[in-house]
Design a protein around this ligand. Structure first.
Ligand code: CP
Length: 310
């Protein structure tokens, strides 16, 4: 009889594809891998001989580097390609680029692209595993997983928590993956933001839409501020960033409505003074750099689980 796989997915395209038990497995695997990054020699042979390609068509600091660090700490060979240095700049299609990369026989391609659905398109055309590192305004699954890990680390559990997500919900793939992920794991998710940046159907994803930031944050255990995704706004959807900061920015006063032990999160990059008071970003409630640290562990877990490391 064929052995049943511990993790049944070849690709990670979105949190929506994952069952709560699979999210739990990823988090437990990441928690066990976190210790490797604290050693003086931060390397294990688990993925020796595997080839991982980072294919980033949009800027990234945290995601691109942490996937590369994660792969290297597992002894995989990693290669990076950005849109400016690739032949897509000469008119080659994404599928043609992917087929050419696949002809070099990689085991995993990690892709960030401005078009929603690009990772799924790739997954249908190539043999290698595909990980979505952020596709348009659709999903950013590894970000939601590292956010879940960070919350669990600080709060002990996710079920029953009140999570407030504030800002540009429409254009934020982080918000979409987090609404799905936190809801699946039993948290109550509230969202608030300018009405021009709240998409219809958000309640169907599992979130309660609040009329004000204060109402969303009231008694919350977790407050997550989002960046305004101006690169995805075709028309100006806000009068000004100054006005946004006044009505939707997370300030010390707003945080006073949350639980006294509430934590403050942000996926980065932060626009200091717009979505977040700079003092809060660096203050005792901020777990923003813990999110970055956990990003390496979560990405090690994803690479391990989809490439079937020994
Ligand atoms: N959170 C996030 O996706 O950051 P980067 O754009 O720097 O990868």
């Amino acid at each position: 009889m064929a052995e049943e796989k511990l993790f049944p997915h070849k690709h990670i395209l979105g949190i929506s594809q994952l069952a709560p038990a699979e999210i739990e497995l990823i988090l437990q695997t990441a928690e066990s891998f976190k210790e490797i990054s604290q050693r003086s020699i931060k390397k294990v042979p688990t993925l020796r001989g595997r080839t991982v390609i980072n294919l980033f068509f949009e800027p990234s600091t945290r995601t691109r580097l942490s996937f590369e660090i994660a792969a290297k700490r597992m002894s995989a060979d990693t290669f990076n390609m950005a849109s400016s240095g690739s032949s897509t700049a000469k008119g080659e299609t994404l599928v043609d680029t992917a087929r050419n990369l696949a002809a070099m026989n990689p085991d995993c391609i990690i892709i960030r692209h401005s078009h929603s659905g690009s990772p799924g398109l790739l997954a249908r055309h190539i043999k290698a595993s595909v990980i979505n590192a952020g596709d348009g305004a659709h999903e950013h699954p590894s970000q939601a997983l590292l956010d879940l890990m960070t919350v669990r680390e600080h709060k002990g559990a996710i079920a029953g928590l009140k999570v407030a997500i504030i800002g540009d919900i429409t254009h934020s793939r982080v918000a979409h993956s987090n609404i799905i992920g936190f809801s699946k794991m039993g948290a109550e998710v509230r969202v608030a933001g300018p009405s021009t940046l709240l998409p219809p159907g958000i309640a169907a994803m599992g979130a309660r839409v609040c009329p004000t930031v204060r109402e969303a944050v009231r008694d919350a255990d977790v407050v997550m501020a989002l960046r305004i995704q101006r690169e995805r706004q075709l028309d100006p959807l806000l009068p000004s960033l100054r006005e946004y900061a006044i009505f939707y920015g997370i300030t010390r006063e707003i945080m006073e409505s949350a639980r006294p032990d509430a934590i403050l999160m942000h996926p980065g990059p932060i626009n200091r003074g717009v979505e977040l008071d700079p003092n809060l970003a660096d203050g005792p409630r901020s777990v923003i750099l813990d999110q970055v640290t956990n990003g390496v562990a979560v990405r090690m877990a994803l690479l391990y689980l989809i490439m079937g490391g020994e």
